[in-house]
Design a protein around this ligand. Structure first.
Ligand SMILES: [Zn+2]
Length: 431
């Protein structure tokens, strides 16, 4: 079911879904071939530097041919973070880092780089506030080389719920949710119909993890965000619904945190939006998935779940910490009931998608998707269409079609609620 790192790598190789190769990889190969690199064996050549500002932290990724050893320390007055890259020459990619810091970055106000001493490149981040940095090394996966990831969190973490409610949609239901957070509803409230339902919308992938890549260079992470934003607008236009965006920018959020954010926001439903890929371009059609209690409903569904769960390895997560969570068995009475609800929701959404696009298969499938593991929120994963199919890639890039996908997901949600009215749930012990 949920694969280990080694297994995931095998799956990645076997499924061969990755169509494009990253430019940085090609550039690195070119550099090596041209003989410019004199002592490649001694140095860790940096192939790319990327900066991903997110609402709750800023991530800086340094990708290299070899593992980079480092020293990291903080300086006060003013606040600075220093990262020394050992055995690493000051190359063009590192030199470009200062220009990659966004002017509106909440945590990093600027960066300076230099050759501190022979073989040691120093990066000094000027900070906008006191921070709590975390650094991790990621092993090569798919088209990525070694990555050193510096995550710059504020020393006082921001409240994700407050951030979610800051949007104008939040005011619609802020009172209700704030109330739920601070006190458990009275027992009698458990069966009271809800006035406003909260839909958690998860745009798949993001940041370091582009997801599938189409033949015309379309990134799944961009398409999923575009459709998610259109779905949010449609949901918020309904006075009985409000949307919570799990990801609303180009950064990566680990799968377990996507689930946690939806639970913290007291979401009634969770919809994860994706676009499919296959090594052959004829594969096409929409699919909808739910979590399985045990085993997948088909080999294809199992492979897909393994591929989607691989996002954490690509997006950049300390897998040792996450492994326990990914492997934990959550199945109990609540989960069984939640999966039944997820299947009903999935069927309705699949039916609606069938009115605007071919269906990949005429039924809902199930597998061990990590992002669908909220024990108490019906959750589905929608593979809108195949990015690797030229006709469907065109649809996925088209704003009108993106809206159609969003509209049919919403119609599916409405039909599900028509048969299964949302109730105010008691506060679950599970947190
Ligand atoms: Zn995906």
């Amino acid at each position: 079911m949920l694969a280990t790192v080694a297994n995931l790598k095998k799956v990645a190789q076997a499924s061969a879904v990755s169509i494009s190769r990253r430019l940085c990889h090609a550039a690195l190969a070119g550099l090596l071939l041209s003989g410019i690199v004199e002592s490649a064996s001694a140095d860790t050549w940096v192939a790319a530097v990327r900066v991903w500002p997110a609402p709750d932290y800023t991530r800086v990724t340094i990708e290299s041919q070899k593992e980079i050893n480092y020293k990291i320390f903080s300086l006060n007055n003013p606040e600075r973070l220093v990262v020394d890259l050992l055995d690493t020459p000051l190359g063009t990619h590192i030199k470009q880092l200062p220009s990659r810091i966004a002017p509106d970055d909440s945590y990093v106000s600027g960066a300076r780089v230099g050759q501190y001493k022979p073989g040691v490149t120093r990066i000094v981040f000027d900070l906008a506030q006191k921070v709590n940095p975390r650094i991790l090394k990621l092993k090569p996966i798919r088209e990525y080389g070694h990555r050193l990831v510096v995550d710059i969190y504020p020393s006082v973490p921001i409240d994700p719920i407050l951030a979610l409610l800051k949007g104008d949609a939040g005011s619609k239901n802020a009172g209700q949710n704030a109330g739920n957070r601070t006190q458990a509803p009275p027992a009698s409230a458990v069966f009271v119909p809800k006035d406003i339902v909260t839909i958690a919308i998860d745009a798949g992938h993001g940041g370091e993890d582009p997801g599938a890549i189409g033949r015309r260079g379309t990134y799944e992470k961009d398409v999923t965000l575009a459709i998610a934003r259109k779905l949010k607008a449609l949901v918020d236009a309904d006075p009985k619904m409000r949307a919570v965006m799990i990801r609303d920018g180009d950064y990566y959020i680990k799968l377990s945190k996507r689930v946690k954010t939806a639970r913290d926001a007291r979401a009634d439903l969770f919809v994860s939006i994706h676009a499919d890929a296959f090594r052959k371009s004829h594969a096409r059609g929409s699919s909808v998935y739910a979590l399985s209690e045990r085993g997948a409903t088909s080999a294809a569904a199992r492979l897909l779940a393994a591929k989607e769960n691989e996002a954490d390895l690509i997006g950049g997560v300390n897998i040792d910490v996450e492994d326990a969570m990914l492997k934990q068995v959550l199945i109990d009475m609540t989960q069984t009931n939640t999966i039944n609800e997820s299947l009903k929701l999935a069927k309705n959404v699949l039916g609606e998608l069938g009115t605007i696009n071919k269906l990949h298969k005429p039924h809902v499938e199930q597998a061990g998707f990590a992002v669908l593991k909220a024990p108490d929120i019906p959750s589905i994963l929608v593979e809108t269409a195949f990015l690797t199919n030229p006709q469907e890639e065109r649809k996925l890039r088209n704003s009108k079609y993106q809206r159609k996908f969003a509209q049919s997901i919403l119609e599916g949600i409405r039909k599900y609620f028509a048969d299964n009215p949302p109730l105010v749930r008691g506060k679950l012990a599970l947190q």
